[in-house]
Design a protein around this ligand. Structure first.
Ligand SMILES: [Zn+2]
Length: 155
């Protein structure tokens, strides 16, 4: 444990500079997977900042009159699209933080195997291992095709 904490402190120091290392280390002791939690919180802040910036762009007061709302510029349209992707991302990050809290972060929510650290580094909000993610994606595609051809049979 002492060794792990030392490693974490080193990572934190490398990422943010040595400031606040003392207090952050203390705060980190309360949670089981501090490095992932830290990564998630950083990513969450990034997404929120992005959402904030886009929100300012799209909805400046007086910028768009009622009548003009149908003629959002292409750029604004893209912003709205990105916005919803960011909301999706934010939701996944929040869910991952919930799992950190619950102590089952990094566990595949389908087969309950540990998600490889390399996957979590790339995708810190990953909910499933690669195998399950692929199965789920394939099943969703199949369901979409199915419902497109026979929507009346569902339920
Ligand atoms: Zn799995």
């Amino acid at each position: 444990m002492a060794l792990m904490r030392k490693a974490i402190t080193k990572v934190m120091a490398a990422r943010k500079g040595a400031r606040n290392t003392e207090s952050e280390t203390t705060a980190l002791e309360a949670v089981p997977k501090p490095t992932y939690r830290d990564v998630l919180l950083v990513r969450r802040t990034e997404v929120l900042e992005q959402l904030g910036a886009q929100y300012d762009n799209v909805s400046k007061p007086g910028r768009v009159a009622e009548d003009d709302q149908a003629t959002l510029s292409h750029e604004e349209f893209l912003n709205v699209r990105l916005n919803s992707l960011d909301y999706e991302r934010l939701k996944m990050i929040d869910e991952a933080l919930d799992r950190v809290q619950a102590g089952d972060y990094g566990i595949c929510q389908r087969c309950e195997d540990p998600i490889p650290a390399r996957r979590l580094e790339v995708l810190p909000w990953a909910k499933y291992c690669v195998v399950c993610q692929e199965k789920i994606s394939r099943r969703q595609e199949a369901e979409q095709e199915e419902s497109a051809f026979a929507s009346h049979t569902s339920r």
